[in-house]
Design a binder for this molecule. Structure first.
Ligand SMILES: [Zn+2]
Ligand SMILES: [Zn+2]
Length: 175
């Protein structure tokens, strides 16, 4: 059941998938948008992992699940999901991540991207949003996108690294 790059479950992942699909259903119902089987399948594929997926990885997952789909169709669904705020595009990886909650215009979305396993955690910050708005205004700049991508090492990979080299971690964590 584990996909490459996923860590052993540190949370009830069924909740993530169910939550993402429920949010999509609600969004489509409210806006009168069609929830096609393909839209649902792509959302499910995205929600099944916290590692951003490229369009071709989604095509492969759909094919493996018995739903062969042309890449163009997958691209169209991804455009739809991003436009409706149901998924985010991670520019640095040219990949997509399901989003489980709405964002307001004041906040900046920060993606914490693990360079080892690809795990990507989304955190939203009003404080960063305010600072960025202030800095942009001072520069006479109008931001189109309010997203930050931060590369680094996730908690699981840090733990794995410290297990492999206990001495180094002890020194770093002391005090
Ligand atoms: Zn989000
Ligand atoms: Zn990691």
């Amino acid at each position: 059941m584990t996909h490459s790059g996923d860590h052993p479950s540190d949370h009830d992942h069924g909740q993530c998938v169910a939550g993402a699909l429920a949010r999509m259903e609600k969004c489509c119902a409210e806006k009168g948008l069609r929830l096609t089987p393909l839209r649902r399948s792509v959302m499910k594929a995205l929600a099944e992992t916290h590692v951003p997926l490229g369009a071709y990885e989604i095509v492969e997952r759909l094919a493996a699940g018995g739903e062969p789909t042309p890449p163009m169709s997958v691209y169209r669904v991804l455009d739809f999901l991003v436009a409706e705020g149901l998924a985010h595009r991670i520019e640095s990886r040219n990949a997509f991540l399901a989003c489980g909650h709405p964002h307001d215009a004041e906040e900046v979305v920060v993606f914490l991207i693990c360079e080892r396993c690809g795990l990507t955690k989304e955190v939203a910050s009003h404080a960063v949003g305010r600072d960025l708005a202030w800095a942009a205004r001072a520069a006479g700049f109008e931001p189109r996108q309010r997203v930050l991508e931060v590369a680094g090492t996730c908690a699981s990979c840090r733990e794995a690294a410290s297990a492999a080299a206990p001495g180094a971690a002890e020194t770093a964590g002391a005090g």
